[in-house]
Every structure is written in C-alpha cells, then in structure tokens.
Ligand binder design. Structure first.
Ligand code: 0RA
Length: 659
C-alpha cells in the first residue's frame, strides 16, 4: 500500500512575496536515495510514474494560483520526461543564508518547494507533494530551465547533485519552467513509461481544472503521418463534462447534469451529478485534485444534503407515503453518478491509504452548497425530481427484495451441513493462506482441472457457461443466480447491510487467498473472464483491493517436432520455438497447435502449463485507477455494444495485471 510522508509547511512569508529567503534547508537528498519508498511509495512502475506527478503537480499548483494555463508532457525515446509549464517560473534569486539560487534550493533541498502561500491551494497532500527535489534525487540526470525576468536560466544535476551553478543562457519573452529528468535505473525496477497511465491522469486533471490545457507527446511512437503520438486534454466544462464522460455508456434518467458550485471560508466546492437507470452508485471525490477513494467529510456533506433535499421533496409530493416503503440513505444514490471536488487550503488526510478527507468543517460547507443548488434544481425541474424519487422508491423496494434473497440463500446454506456447493471440489488444506480456488469456465474444463490439480491446496469450482451480467441485473436476481451463489458459499464470504443500509462484504471467513479465474484463451473466454471480474469489482471489491484475485494464463500454442514440444504464450515465443526446432526455412516436421480452449489440454498439460505454481503464469488483478476502471466496467457490460467489443478485442486494460 502506498505510504508517503505528510508534509507540513515550515515557513510562511510575512509579506506574500516569494523570494529565496522563504526557502529553508530541511533535509538532505541522500535520505531519498537511501529509502526512496518512504518518499514516493514504491520503486515499481507506480513509483516511476509518481515522478511525473510530482513535477506536474508543481505546475498544477501554479495553475491553481492563477498563473499557468498550459502544461506539456513529453516522453522521450529513452524514457526521459520533459514537463513544460507557462507558470511564473521557479524563482532564481539568491538565498541569503544558503548563498545559493532559489532554483538550486528548490531542486536540491527536500520539502523546499516554495509552497508557502496558504491562500492558494496545493496539490501537495496525502499522496503527492514530496517535492520536485525527490524527483531530482532519483534521476540519473535532470535539467531545470526557467524562463523569467526576460531571461533563461538553467541548471543540471546528476542524482540530485548540481553539475554547475545556476547560469543565465539567453533571453526569452516567455515565462515558465521546463524540467527534463531521466529516472535512475539503480532505483527503479522498470524505466518504461506507460502512455495510457500518463494519459488517463492528464485527462482526469483536465476535467478537474477546467480551462487548463494539458498535452502528452510520446516520442517513442511514430504515427503514419510521421508525427509522434500525442493528445491534448482540455475541458471548458470541467466536472459537467467529466460526469457526462463517466456516464456515457449508461441510460440517463435526467437530461442534463445537476451542477453545484460554492465557496465558503476559502473552501471551494464543485459537484456535478447525473441519474441513470442502472442499479449502482458511482460517487467519486477529489480534494485539491487528489482522488479520495476512501471519501471523507466532503462526501459525507454531499450525501447528507442529497438525502435531506430528496426526502423533503418525496414527502411534500406525497410520493413516499403512497409507496409505503421505508427509505435508507443508500436508496437516494442508486443510479447516481456524481463527482464531488473540493479545494481546501490545508487538507488533512486520514484512513488506511491516506485518501480520506478529515477536515470536519468541510462537511457543512459542502452540505450547504449542495442543499442550495439541489433545492433550486428541484423547484425548477419538478418532472426530473419526480423521476428521481420514483427511482429511489424502486431502489428501496429492490433492496428489500435483495435482503430477502440473501437471507434465503444464507439460511439454506446453514441447513445443508457444510454449506459448500455440490459442484465444488474442495482442497484438503483448511489454511486460507495456502489455499487456492480455480473458477473454471465450463464443466468439462472443470473436470480436467479436477484431475490435474494438487488436491491438497487447490480447489476447483466449475462455472456453467456465461455467468450473469451483474451490470444489467437487479440485485436480488444476483443472489438468486446459481453460479453466483456458488461463488459466495465456496469462498466463505457474505454480504450484509450496515445501519445505513449499505452493503458490506464480510471476508473474515474467506477460505482461499488465491482466487484464480481460469477461462479459455479465446474471445468467449475473455468475455466470461470480464463477466466474472465485473461481478468481483461490483460485489467483492475488497478481494481485488487486497490482492486475492488472479487470472490464469493458459498457453496459446504448442510447437512440436517429433517428441520435443514447447508451450508458447505469445507470437514471439511461438516464432522462437519454431526457429529453434527448424532445420531449414520450410521444415514441415515442425507443427504448431493453437490452443483455443482449456478442453484441448489433458489434465497433465493443464497442470504443467496453467496450474503448477512453479511453471504457471498468474496475473494479479489490481485496481490502478478506480475511476477509470469503474467507467470501463460499465462500458464493457452496459448497453453500448460496439465499444465493448473493440475494447475486449484490444485486450484487458481495465486492470493492471502483474506476472
Ligand atoms: C516557488 C515559488 C514560486 C513558484 C514556484 C516555486 C514554481 C515551481 C514550479 C515547479 C514547476 N513549475 C513551477 N512553477 C513555479 C512563486 C514565484 C513568484 O512569486 O513569481
């Protein structure tokens, strides 16, 4: 889990002017190189991308302070990165005590970002905000170029150490900062930047900072017309556009998003919301552009106002009394897609992953802003309000049906001895840490897996054909579905409701710490994998978050010559195998068998290639970007078929999958 430092500002200027005197020396950069994970969380691919966010966040701060309208990011062919902004430029005047240029101090002293102005918002919070000096410390080479006072200044560094004093190298009519850095291979496990990861976050930032132009250029990828792959992210509508983008694959209940803006005590509130005909809630929240996946006081304020205003309308219109159901807070959020974004001068982050807002004053501020705007909306749009209340009432009715269905299933399980499904071939180990369960597509492959497995620690649960598309089904139907019931009972997990009417997944009795989805390596198989993953994402998300869910990777080919054979997982391996067996260009004794289904392998082959821990490939499912994953699952499983097909065929990118 990500663990980064919480940075407290040490100094505050008295006059509101920034100069080198405001920047104090705090800590050496050697500490960063010695224990990089303490500063940027990890040294894997995530940490590598974190470096870019550190630099971009500084530029975003310039935007939030009202001085920057454009940020350009370039991935160079050697995986070095350039970030250019048109902000004020990092100050270059002399620091009186340190006798160094402010630029050098910002770049070489930990926590000396020069971010002292509490009146503007800083991205620096729970996750980012360790400062650009960390990026410098972790780069084999970094160059800072500043356009300021009509001049160009520069300084270069190696592993954080200046190669020369800040020097003036020319004149410029522009203002801004250009940072180019190459991450250090001694620190990072991988040096390869992922275009999609950078593009997704820049796109998100463009929605969260309306008017700001962000571009991404990938010099590693040349397009047909000879130019490099590039995109521009720019949103004039901000959250209004963001909520429409996130909800694009769902069917709307109201025509246009409900929009809230407010400001109180220097806290800015922006909310955009839509209702759709789905059964799930999608509320995303941000504090100073940082996603708060654990919610917090801003989300509480939003929920409070939503329930209060809708409940009031439902009462006054007589709709609730007529329906004779009791409503819970959750019912007001079924089919709701909303983004709650606040800008808070001094955010306090708490929670397991430091992604929950703690500032108590924010609840009331958000609640008042939403209360005002939503009340006005309802007065002016009585028809839309009625549709929403009808949906809320339906949700309450469905929740009661779902509770009954769940209780029925759970009661039945209690009656049938062990409670385990008849189709489950359980393992003999009772230690969850050592136990695995394979969810296998189809009874026949299930049979092969049962023969091939190591029955001590591997359990097999065959699933029949296509499992229910949970994105489209009513909740109670899900609990009544045979395959889904089997998954719940085999895993030993259950869903109950808390006092708020929210569903909680109980995983204390989870029976296996590896849950492996094993499907055919063809289009149908990948669709079934996606169906099962969607179910886990919507109903058993904690299992994904805690790293229990995996996808098996059966081989795609077997290349044979006589008695020799080799399994291959991709084209490259296949070509290699053919080349290694061939005596000449057209050696007809070399044969390739394409495995389309698990059923084409016998038990021994399935064990060797896909189930044996010493030789198999398992891909762990993780949620890299919760907001984007959510959108993609709805897109994949929703009504809109063409994008789904294209996406599945282009491969499963919705989740980061590790070896
Ligand atoms: C310290 C003070 C000021 C701006 C910056 C730092 C600054 C840092 C970065 C990093 C990337 N782009 C940046 N742009 C600005 C305020 C300068 C002033 O008052 O003119």
């Amino acid at each position: 889990m990500e663990e980064t430092l919480d940075i407290k500002e040490e100094v505050k200027p008295s006059n509101g002017n920034y100069d080198a005197g405001n920047i104090t020396a705090l800590e050496g950069l050697e500490a960063v190189r010695k224990r990089p994970a303490m500063y940027i969380g990890t040294t894997d691919v995530k940490g590598l991308h974190h470096l870019v966010w550190e630099v971009v966040d500084n530029s975003i701060d310039e935007h939030l302070a009202g001085h920057c309208s454009r940020i350009d990011t370039i991935i160079h062919p050697d995986n070095s990165i350039t970030v250019t902004d048109n902000g004020r430029g990092i100050p270059v005047d002399m620091h009186k005590k340190l006798k160094k240029s402010a630029l050098e101090v910002v770049m070489t002293v930990l926590h000396a970002g020069g971010k002292f102005d509490k009146d503007t918002y800083k991205v620096s919070g729970g996750l980012h905000g360790v400062g650009v000096s960390c990026v410098n410390a972790l780069s084999v080479h970094l160059k800072a170029e500043v356009h300021r006072n009509g001049k160009i200044y520069e300084q270069e560094y190696s592993k954080g150490k200046p190669l020369y004093d800040v020097r003036e190298v020319g004149t410029s009519e522009k203002r801004g900062t250009v940072i180019t850095f190459k991450p250090d291979g001694e620190i990072f496990e991988t040096l390869e930047y992922k275009y999609e990861t950078l593009a997704n976050r820049l796109k998100e930032l463009s929605f969260l900072n309306k008017g700001l132009k962000l571009t991404l250029t990938d010099e590693r990828q040349k397009q047909e017309d000879g130019s490099f792959k590039n995109e521009t992210f720019h949103s004039e509508g901000g959250l209004l556009e963001y909520v429409e983008y996130l909800d694009a694959s769902r069917v709307r209940l109201i025509e246009t998003p409900i929009y809230v803006v407010g400001k109180e005590d220097n806290v800015e509130v922006e909310v955009a919301m839509l209702y759709n005909n789905s059964y799930s809630e999608h509320v995303f929240s941000y504090v100073n552009n940082i996603n708060t996946s654990e919610g917090g006081t801003h989300v509480n304020g939003f929920r409070r106002a939503l329930s209060r205003v809708l409940n009031k309308f439902g009462d006054q219109s007589g709709m609730i009394a007529k329906a004779k159901v009791s409503l819970s807070a959750e019912d007001f959020r079924e089919g709701l897609t909303a983004i709650v974004s606040v800008k808070v001068p001094e955010p306090q982050f708490k929670g397991q992953t430091k992604s929950e807002l703690g500032n108590s004053e924010v609840t009331g501020i958000v609640s008042r802003a939403v209360d005002d705007a939503l009340s006005t909306y309802i007065e002016e749009n009585a028809n839309a309000a009625k549709k929403i209340i009808e949906k809320v009432i339906l949700a309450a009715t469905a929740r009661q049906a779902a509770r009954k269905a769940r209780e029925m299933v759970q009661r039945k399980n209690a009656l049938t001895g062990t409670g385990l499904p008849g189709k489950l071939a359980d393992c003999s180990s009772k230690d969850p840490h050592a136990s695995e369960i394979f969810l296998v597509e189809g009874d026949s492959a299930g049979g092969t897996a049962k023969q091939g497995r190591d029955r001590f620690f591997q359990a097999i649960l065959p699933l029949r054909g296509k499992i229910l598309n949970v994105e489209k089904a009513l909740e109670h139907k899900i609990y009544e579905n045979e395959e889904i019931k089997n998954i719940f009972t085999a895993l030993g997990v259950s869903i109950t409701e808390n006092s708020e009417g929210e569903r909680v997944l109980n995983i204390e009795k989870l029976r296996y710490h590896k849950i492996v989805i094993m499907c055919d390596a063809d289009i149908d198989g990948s669709h079934i994998t996606t169906l099962i993953l969607t179910f886990f994402f919507r109903y058993m998300k904690p299992l994904i978050e805690q790293g229990y869910v995996y996808i098996a990777a059966p081989p795609l080919y077997m290349v044979k010559k006589g008695k020799q054979f080799r399994y291959c997982w991709n084209e490259e391996e296949r070509k290699e195998a053919i080349a290694s067996y061939s005596s000449g260009p057209n050696d007809s004794s070399v044969k390739t068998q394409r495995y389309k289904g698990l059923g084409e392998m016998n038990a021994e082959q399935l064990w060797e290639t896909t189930m044996d821990p010493s030789s198999r490939i398992l891909r762990q499912v993780t949620i890299e970007d919760a907001v984007e994953s959510d959108r993609i699952f709805s897109m994949l499983m929703g009504e809109d078929v063409p994008p789904r097909r294209a996406f599945i065929e282009a491969n499963a990118k919705y989740a980061k999958v590790d070896a």
